[in-house]
Design a protein around this ligand. Structure first.
Ligand SMILES: Cc1cc2nc3c(=O)[nH]c(=O)nc-3n(C[C@H](O)[C@H](O)[C@H](O)COP(=O)(O)OP(=O)(O)OC[C@H]3O[C@@H](n4cnc5c(N)ncnc54)[C@H](O)[C@@H]3O)c2cc1C
Length: 644
């Protein structure tokens, strides 16, 4: 007889709870792990005690903190464009190849909970729960739940774990950046487009003349269309959208963004393609010795006689702690190096006379490093016993794109047509961009034609709502609020560099945001109701008045605005696009860095990553971050050449 007893899942077997206590076997194992950690620390301490030499000062032309999207592009562009320099890249995580091969398969993106929480590759952040007055009924208090907030800790940064969708946002976004003052014109659409194209290597077959105007074909970031045979059910979503009056768009990064169509992805040969794959790997190929006429001297000889290696040195598992300041020029806040934790000890790296420290730690970590170094809001720094060097609104201006879900069960799946995810696909093949309705009504035809869409929808052949464990064939639509009005902030929780900041997202604190999200949800519902989705496929919504959720109130299942608000606030998650916490803007407008990305009131210090966006672009943020890094490399080179 077959044994019908189901084997316990991994989770069940490891975290079985007995009357609120954790499995004693697991406790035993964790204790063993902790003992080993202790022994390791002791051995490092003993080794350091025995060392007869003092700390070696490392000197580099540029120190880049963070090998994420921006750090990879910057390292490569600097090493290839400025002769005879050397660069140290400090990355808190490991090389991507060391974590697990599954991360490279596009299909595992949807197994996100497994990948994100891979300890070596994620910072383990979470957001704060917030209560605020309701939007529909401001006399009632509503709750925004806190949730895990994935941020990659690995070569390539978030480009090594992201959804791989290649979207740049709209021309108008960058015009707004440039309108901040005459000197901000270096960020106008023409300059940004040049940089987008320089980074991009688009593999579209037989591109039209118009497509060629907007895209690059010689950069190092590989971008491709979906393989031809996308999921049949997603092709039907495209047809349904067209029938509802949504225009077909063959290029969301072209002349206009609104419409329905296929996303392009940063995928190559069936595998994810990160900025580390494209840029960091190329940066590491450049090695020379300078000056060429002087051979390397003996290691114990005169330092001046020793040739210098001109190259990029990436240190993995190296956690930058704070900036080292020139204490002799206290009032000028001159950055001279970085203090970092590596291999069980604290190290110092310094910059050469023309050098710079460049923070590329991303939207959560770059502001944290600034604050730990005395640059930030007075009150929060003082509360954490950190000496203020320069008071700036670091950590304010936290933008993100809230995301909500509509999940459907496919009642008549043809076996081949609603497959489980293909390994080559993130599942996010299809997108719709439309203007949301600020009264929460279903969008009109005019909204579909509006060329400044503020909502982005993804259709996927799988459930993405983490609260729904789907063991059925499914279709889901995720709505993203692409031009939000609500802005959050972050602040130091502790002066400990290994403790995460407090993150307040403030989603839906502005009523428009909630109503626009509501209007997209209603559109998604409408899409589910159209043939052939409702007829041939038998798509039925789940999560309304069933075992997966209770949101309907009216007799006929109609949702009131209050029901929708409850649904939205409970289901909302992030689309992983935090930015803006080190805002590039005039100082009078809450800027932390100027138009050349230099931190106000300091010298030799820039920030180059998604944290400098003055406002969030109306689309996914990987390509814009790479664009910013490419532009920054040109600015840094100009300034470097001017220095004597
Ligand atoms: C799950 C997920 C899905 C996403 N999906 C998409 C998508 O489909 N399309 C898209 O365009 N965008 C997407 N994004 C967003 C996009 O990838 C990011 O906006 C972008 O990669 C940010 O780049 P960055 O350089 O600012 O920061 P990051 O890429 O986060 O890089 C920062 C790097 O700095 C390192 N670092 C931080 N602090 C320190 C320190 N103290 N010392 C040393 N190193 C440090 C980090 O470990 C990290 O490697 C997604 C993001 C996530 C997390």
């Amino acid at each position: 007889m077959e044994n019908s007893k189901k084997a316990p899942s991994f989770k069940e077997s490891r975290t079985k709870e007995t009357n609120g206590t954790i499995d004693p076997e697991l406790i035993k194992e964790l204790k063993f792990d902790a003992d080993i950690r202790d022994l390791w620390s002791k051995s490092v301490y003993e080794r350091d005690r025995r060392e007869t030499f003092s700390k070696i000062d490392e000197i580099y032309d540029f120190i880049i903190v963070g090998a994420g999207t921006a750090g990879c592009v910057l390292a490569r562009e600097l090493i290839h464009n400025i002769p005879h320099v050397n660069i140290l890249v400090l990355e808190a995580g490991p090389p991507a190849t060391q974590v697990n091969d599954r991360m490279r398969l596009p299909g595992t993106y949807s197994l996100a909970s497994v990948i994100w929480r891979t300890k070596e590759a994620d910072w383990g952040y979470y957001t704060e729960a917030q209560t605020m007055p309701g939007t529909v009924d401001p006399t009632k208090e509503v709750l925004n739940k806190g949730f895990v907030y994935p941020r990659a800790k690995i070569w390539g940064g978030c480009s090594s774990v992201n959804g791989m969708i290649y979207i740049r946002g709209q021309k108008k976004d960058y015009e707004l950046w440039a309108e901040q003052g005459p000197e901000y014109r270096i960020w106008d659409w023409e300059h940004c487009l040049e940089a987008f194209k320089a980074v991009e290597n688009n593999a579209r077959e037989n591109p039209s003349e118009e497509f060629k105007k907007y895209h690059g074909f010689n950069g190092l970031l590989h971008v491709q269309d979906n393989p031809k045979n996308i999921y049949k059910i997603l092709s039907d979503v495209v047809e349904v959208a067209k029938n509802l009056g949504i225009p077909y768009n063959e290029d969301f990064n072209g002349v206009r963004q609104n419409g329905v169509g296929g996303h392009q992805h940063t995928i190559k040969d069936g595998k994810r393609f990160s900025l580390a794959d494209g840029y960091l790997v190329d940066a590491l190929k450049k090695v020379e010795i300078y000056p060429e006429s002087k051979p390397l001297g003996p290691p114990y000889g005169l330092p001046d006689e020793v040739g210098k290696f001109v190259a990029v040195n990436v240190k993995s598992h190296a956690h930058a702690l704070n900036i080292i300041w020139d204490e002799e020029k206290k009032d000028e806040n001159v950055a001279i190096g970085v203090r970092y934790f590596y291999d069980g000890g604290v190290h110092n790296a310094f910059i050469a006379p023309k050098g710079e420290v460049i923070l590329c730690g991303g939207t959560i970590n770059s502001p944290q490093i600034l604050m730990l170094s005395g640059i930030g809001p007075k009150e929060n720094l003082e509360a954490n016993n950190i000496k203020i060097r320069k008071e700036l609104p670091v950590g304010r201006n936290l933008w993100d794109h809230p995301l909500c879900f509509l999940s459907g069960k496919v009642m008549n799946p043809e076996k081949e047509s609603v497959p489980r995810l293909h390994s080559w696909s993130s599942g996010f093949e299809i997108g719709i961009f439309h203007k949301g309705n600020v009264e929460g009504k279903i969008p009109s035809k005019e909204d579909f034609l509006d060329e400044r869409p503020d909502m982005q929808l993804y259709a996927t052949p799988t459930i993405v709502d983490p609260s729904i464990a789907a063991n059925f064939e499914s279709l889901a639509i995720s709505m993203v609020l692409n031009i939000p009005s609500s802005v959050g902030h972050l602040e130091l929780r502790s002066p400990d560099p290994f403790t995460q900041p407090n993150i307040f997202l403030n989603y839906y604190s502005k009523p428009d945001d909630l109503y626009r999200m509501m209007s997209s949800l209603k559109l998604a519902r409408e899409i589910f109701k159209q043939p052939p989705l409702n007829t041939v496929w038998g798509v039925e919504e789940v999560g309304f008045d069933d075992e997966l959720g209770k949101y309907s109130s009216g007799k006929d299942g109609e949702m009131t605005d209050e029901d929708w608000e409850r649904y939205i606030r409970e289901k909302t998650f992030t689309s992983f696009h935090p930015c803006g916490t080190v805002k590039m803007a005039p100082a009078s407008q809450g800027g932390v860095v100027d138009h050349r990305l230099q931190v106000y009131g300091t010298k030799n210090l820039r920030v180059v990553d998604a944290s400098i966006f003055p406002m969030v672009p109306s689309g996914n943020t990987n390509a814009p971050t790479a664009m910013v890094a490419w532009r920054a490399s040109r600015l840094i080179k100009e300034d470097y050449d001017k220095k004597l």
